[in-house]
Design a protein around this ligand. Structure first.
Ligand SMILES: CC(C)(COP(=O)(O)OP(=O)(O)OC[C@H]1O[C@@H](n2cnc3c(N)ncnc32)[C@H](O)[C@@H]1OP(=O)(O)O)[C@@H](O)C(=O)NCCC(=O)NCCS
Length: 296
């Protein structure tokens, strides 16, 4: 994979390469993400590395990491690009363009023919990603504020739910199976989880609040109805009452947006959900919180 790049002046730059990222470099990517204000979860990058170490791509000058990004493959059936960052000292000279195209092409090679790729990109760069073949599907809006709520006595932790049941519910809300990721995500240190089952015992919603650089993020929050989502959100917020909390809601889910607003959470940021290839047609009316902007 190690191929030399053109330098900022357009000429060949023999010391610039795109290669697999090393284990010892992933924390740097996390620090850069935090510096961008993206508020990554404490365990996000470790989990992604554990399930797919080949997803981490480095841009290096000599031995120095100067850029990077992830290209996760979910069972070869769906890809997701995230954490696209070039060190501030090296921006604006075309390196990001080369890194991004290389990552896209590498990810396509990791996927089965015809598999789609998703991403959540900053709004200002939508035209750039469109030129790279992606199409805007909808916007995901970040709502944030102070958590408060009353725990619902019928809501249980995910440890009470058989993993197979959770996994099959989760699959109805994502573009491709992600069992290994899901298991690590819901069991991560410091997370609070919430689940509701219907009268027949079937899962009708679940949510995860994970610790982040600042406070908590709630994601995923998947539920069959707005009422179920509300009960899960309130219970998770009761567990982290008084803490700063963020939840990323697909804008097209009007009841999800209204639910966040009713809790006094305010819009602070957002991303454009874009796809290369076929839009997987996620059930956005049942997605009240995106799992993460970095990993889908
Ligand atoms: C995005 C980023 C990786 C690009 O790296 P770079 O080396 O500066 O990239 P390039 O010089 O090749 O520029 C690539 C594109 O970046 C875009 N871009 C960079 N900064 C931008 C900004 N502040 N607003 C809008 N677009 C911007 C431009 O669209 C440019 O494309 P163009 O040349 O066709 O106009 C880098 O700016 C960065 O790390 N930004 C902070 C993190 C971030 O926002 N990442 C993207 C998340 S979706």
């Amino acid at each position: 994979m190690g191929t030399n790049l053109a330098g900022p002046d357009g000429g060949a730059a023999a010391d610039l390469v795109i290669e697999p990222m090393r284990r010892d470099e992933i924390a740097v990517l996390g620090q850069w993400a935090a510096a961008e204000g993206w508020n990554p979860g404490h365990n996000d990058i470790e989990i992604a590395w554990d399930i797919d170490p080949d997803a981490f791509i480095a841009l290096r000058q000599g031995d120095r990491l100067i850029g990077g990004g992830t290209i996760i493959s979910y069972a070869g059936l769906h890809g997701f690009m995230g954490l696209f960052i070039v060190h501030t000292d090296f921006r604006g000279g075309g390196l990001g363009t080369q890194l991004w195209h290389r990552r896209r092409d590498l990810l396509l090679k990791r996927l089965q023919p015809g598999a789609s790729i998703g991403m959540d990109g900053v709004f200002a760069m939508v035209p750039f990603y469109e030129r790279g073949g992606f199409t805007l599907a909808y916007r995901d809006l970040r709502y944030e504020g102070v958590a408060h709520g009353v725990a619902d006595p019928e809501v249980v932790p995910l440890s009470d739910v058989p993993f197979a049941q959770l996994d099959s519910f989760d699959r109805r809300h994502v573009a491709a199976p992600r069992s290994a990721f899901l298991q690590r995500w819901v069991e991560q240190q410091g997370a609070h989880t919430a689940a509701l089952t219907g009268p027949d015992g079937a899962l009708i919603g679940y949510g995860v609040a994970r610790p982040c650089v600042r406070g908590y993020k709630i994601g995923p929050l998947f539920a069959d109805t707005e009422q179920v989502a509300e009960r899960l959100l309130d219970t998770l917020c009761a567990h982290i009452a008084g803490e700063f909390v963020q939840v990323d809601v697909p804008e097209v889910n009007r009841s999800g947006v209204a639910m966040a607003q009713r809790r006094g959470l305010t819009e602070s940021f957002g991303c454009a959900r874009m796809y290369l290839g076929t839009d997987p047609g996620l059930p956005t009316d049942r997605i009240f919180g995106v799992t993460s902007f970095e990993f889908g």
